[in-house]
Design a protein around this ligand. Structure first.
Ligand code: ADP
Length: 169
């Protein structure tokens, strides 16, 4: 598998699937979630509502992932995953790793070969960038998957540098 880094906007990536740092309601939020729904249009939200009504009445649990269509985006699917809120009281690293592993598992189910990830949990969920980058890169690197390219799409220089540092090891 190739791991690539891009500084930019995940909604502009031409890949099979983009990963959304969603919240458990699946009904939209701010940050990358808001950007995906704004640009992708109402089909994504309609799919999310259907998932709430069928499988995820109580919301999508943290660390899990589920796919919808990608509406008007240049991707075929959006894989929604719920990152953990960072905590100093307990170690939630395994949940952040699980977001990456589960997203790749869903990508495999869809036969997606190129997948773009944002820096999950590093926005309103406050995960320190260097640590989030370490967990994300390690998990993807060691995942058993058919995905051929994982592209981390970082929105600003700080996030880009944090991921670049992990990839040099
Ligand atoms: P979380 O709730 O998981 O912390 P956020 O959406 O608040 O999710 O932030 C996750 C990361 O996504 C942050 O590093 C933020 O800068 C970044 N981000 C926000 N908008 C975009 C976008 N359009 N493309 C890629 N990354 C984005």
């Amino acid at each position: 598998m190739n791991i690539t880094l891009v500084r930019g906007d995940i909604t502009e990536q031409r890949v099979d699937a983009i990963v959304n740092a969603a919240n458990s309601s699946l009904l939209g939020g701010g940050g990358v979630d808001g950007a995906i729904h704004r640009k992708g249009g109402p089909d994504i939200l309609a799919d999310c509502r259907a998932l709430r009504a069928s499988r995820y009445g109580r919301g999508l649990p943290t660390g899990r992932a589920v796919a919808t269509t990608a509406g008007r985006l240049d991707a075929r699917w959006v894989i929604h995953t719920v990152g953990p809120v960072h905590s100093t009281a307990e170690d939630r690293s395994e949940l952040l790793a699980s977001c990456h592993r589960e997203s790749l598992r869903v990508a495999d189910e869809l036969d997606a070969r190129t997948v773009a990830f944002p820096a999950i949990s590093t926005g309103v969920y406050r995960w320190p960038l260097a640590d989030a980058a370490r967990i994300a890169v390690e998990t993807v690197r060691t995942a058993r998957t058919q995905v051929e390219e994982v592209r981390f799409v970082l929105f600003d220089d700080r996030a880009y540098e944090a991921f670049a540092e992990q990839l040099t090891y």
